[in-house]
Design a protein around this ligand. Structure first.
Ligand code: OGA
Ligand code: MN
Length: 286
């Protein structure tokens, strides 16, 4: 079957058929998928059965990989795989245990010196309910702001820090061992709130609801209120794609353009297990 890309009706999201994770894409396929990623922001591959090595080879066709800094969450034989889920001694859980708990919207590795350009998350086992992942389009978020607000945002610089993620984990009482994963000594980084996508030239908001812990030159209270309000606007339903996972699904998303958030699931009574590969950002963020 030839490569087929079917966009969803939401502002982001498309399904890919005719190509899977078990073989690395050739150059023409890489270009076609890059173009689709640029257009749609997040791509779904269904019914996959990829080994860790195959997933690494597939993702590696798009550029250099960025293994997680959380050494305990790497797959021992395949360190480029980040094991996301509630199994083993080192659970990695991004959501509150409360069904209606708050969401932690973010873009991967924004608090690391080298951010992530794109991520590929492959579901091995999913709970019968809950554990959806939400994505929101930050072009839409920026474009829909009133011009004065856009001008304000254009000039702001935010501090991104792993401490914000640790605070979220502690506040929500997420499995205590999960908190360990944020003890990696990552110095905070400063980022522009508005970045231009290096491929499209479009402006996107670039921040996280918790990982962005401060605004340069602002009092802390004002910064917190501003980030909370901005999250409300930027991640509104109209700009979202919601993914309800099936085992065998793989999602490939653009961290330059989207924020995402995991939604709650029963971490005690069900299993959710995913493998993530992450592409390193290779362009300056500006
Ligand atoms: C991630 C992530 C959310 C989820 O893997 O980067 O944020 O729903 N996952 O597992
Ligand atoms: Mn993430």
């Amino acid at each position: 079957m030839a490569l087929k890309i079917t966009p969803y009706e939401t502002v982001i999201g498309a399904r890919v058929e005719g190509l899977g994770l078990t073989a690395p894409p050739d150059l023409a396929e890489v270009h076609a998928l890059e173009a689709a990623l640029e257009l749609h922001g997040v791509l779904l591959f269904r019914d996959q059965r990829a080994s860790p090595a195959q997933q690494v080879a597939f993702t590696g066709a798009f550029g250099p990989l960025a293994p997680t800094e959380e050494a305990d969450a790497r797959l021992p034989d395949q360190p480029e795989i980040f094991v996301v889920g509630n199994v083993g001694d080192h659970p990695v859980i991004f959501s509150s245990p409360e069904p209606d708990g708050p969401l932690e919207w973010h873009t991967d590795h924004s608090h690391r010196k080298e951010a992530a350009r794109a991520s590929l998350l492959y579901a091995l086992e999913v709970p019968p309910a809950g554990g959806d992942t939400l994505f929101a389009c930050m072009y839409s978020a920026y474009d829909s702001l009133p011009p004065k607000r856009q001008a304000l945002c254009d000039g702001l610089r935010l501090i991104h820090s792993a401490s914000g993620l640790r605070d979220f984990i502690e506040e929500q009482g997420i499995a205590p061992t999960a908190a360990k994963r944020t003890t990696v000594p990552d110095p905070p980084v400063e980022r522009p709130l508005v970045r231009r996508h290096p491929l499209t030239g479009r402006k996107a908001l670039y921040f996280g609801s918790r990982v962005s812990v401060a605004i340069v030159g602002w009092p802390d209270n004002d910064a917190r209120a501003f980030i909370a309000e901005l999250t409300e606007h930027a991640c509104q339903e109209a700009f979202q794609y919601r993914h309800s996972w099936r085992a065998g699904d793989a999602l490939f998303w653009d961290n330059r353009r989207l924020l995402h958030a995991g939604t709650p699931y029963d971490t005690q009574g069900t299993v959710r297990l995913m493998h993530r590969t992450t592409l390193r950002e290779t362009e300056p963020i500006r």
